[in-house]
Design a protein. Structure first.
Length: 346
């Protein structure tokens, strides 16, 4: 397939791009290169004859139309999004613009492109979303594809809005879409503003590791390479109009995650041990959802997908990757907001 990937220089997008090239697909990577995007994330495939890069904004209809006409992809895999909850609290406008207006613009461009080519049956528009659209769980239960939407942050509300737009374009115009909602990702090339890379880099620097509230917020953790495999599988084999939840079956509290990272670093960098002495509890994020958990039975039963890595092995690989790739993360330290506490405006 020739796949147009939006946001392919970001964390999850770049994992998809790298995997898709390895699987023999052709990739057109459309990315605006905002603060969280980096071409170093896809450097290993940059010279591949099946790879092309287009710097563009998904809100720019003319640019998107031109890219579609020039490359004539078989499918669109839409990952481009503003995704950090803390940043959405401080500045929601960018989330409304990219996640809602950008998705609308891309849908309209895709609809015109698909119709102009005679509505090929094989075309797919795959929209990638988050479990955060479902809101917050109590101590029991898991999100299914039938769970009612209940977003609690500007970020999750903007993603919920984009999900609704995608479904509406399918029902109203017949655009062949599939949707996925994933749990928290982690792994190589994770931009250093989210919990796991922050914990690793703060520990390496001997600085306080911030943990929000009491550290009891629960997330289901999914290794990014497993997510990339699932996305490509849904793109090719998912049922049109269907949504699929993708989870790692690895629930843990934020405090448990940080303590596991500290234990791994105690082994790999014993000079700084014990690293858990650096844990520092800080004021909680406004509107912080307490628990997320994914029921991934549909993608398992219908498409045969399961995560290949458990949390312990995934975290060990992730910590080792950051230890081995200091040049990559050092280059990002001066970008806006990195290393600073965000999301306190509420």
């Amino acid at each position: 397939m020739k796949i147009l990937v939006t946001g392919g220089a970001g964390f999850i997008g770049s994992a998809v791009v790298r995997r898709a090239i390895r699987e023999g697909h052709q990739i057109v990577n459309l990315d605006k290169l905002t603060y969280a995007g980096s071409l170093s994330n896809v450097a290993e495939v940059a010279g591949d004859p099946g790879y092309a890069f287009e710097k563009a904004d998904i809100c720019d209809r003319g640019a998107v139309d031109a890219i579609l006409a020039r490359h004539r992809p078989d499918a669109i895999l839409h990952l481009a999004a503003e995704s950090h909850v803390d940043r959405s609290i401080d500045g929601p406008a960018a989330f409304i613009q990219t996640n809602i207006v950008g998705t609308y613009t891309l849908l309209e461009a895709a609809r015109a492109y698909w119709s102009g080519r005679g509505r090929p049956a094989a075309f797919r528009f795959h929209h990638v979303s988050t479990d955060e659209v479902y809101g917050s769980l109590g101590p029991e239960g898991r999100f299914t594809e039938a769970t009612a939407y209940d977003p609690r942050s500007p970020y999750s509300a903007s993603k919920a809005s984009s999900d609704h737009l995608v479904r509406a374009w399918h029902e109203t115009y017949g655009l062949p879409v599939v949707l996925t909602n994933c749990s928290n990702n982690y792994g190589p090339y994770h931009f250093p503003e989210k919990l796991i890379p922050v914990a690793i880099l703060k520990a390496l620097a001997g600085e306080p590791i911030p943990v929000y509230g009491d550290g009891g917020n629960v997330r289901d953790w999914l290794y990014v390479e497993d997510h990339a495999a699932a996305l490509l599988l849904v793109l090719q084999r998912g049922r049109i109009g269907r949504s699929y939840n993708i989870g790692g079956d690895s629930e843990a509290t934020n405090l448990q995650i940080v303590r596991r990272i500290c234990a791994i670093l105690d082994d790999k960098r014993p000079a700084g041990a014990p690293h858990d002495r650096l844990i520092a509890f800080v004021a909680d994020r406004p509107g912080h959802d307490r628990r997320y958990a994914i029921d991934a039975a549909r993608i398992r039963d219908e498409l045969g997908w399961r995560p290949s890595l458990g949390l312990d092995e995934g975290l060990e690989r992730t910590v080792q990757w950051f230890l081995d790739n200091e040049t990559w993360w050092r280059a990002l330290q001066a970008r806006p907001g990195v290393g600073a506490r965000l999301g306190t405006a509420g």
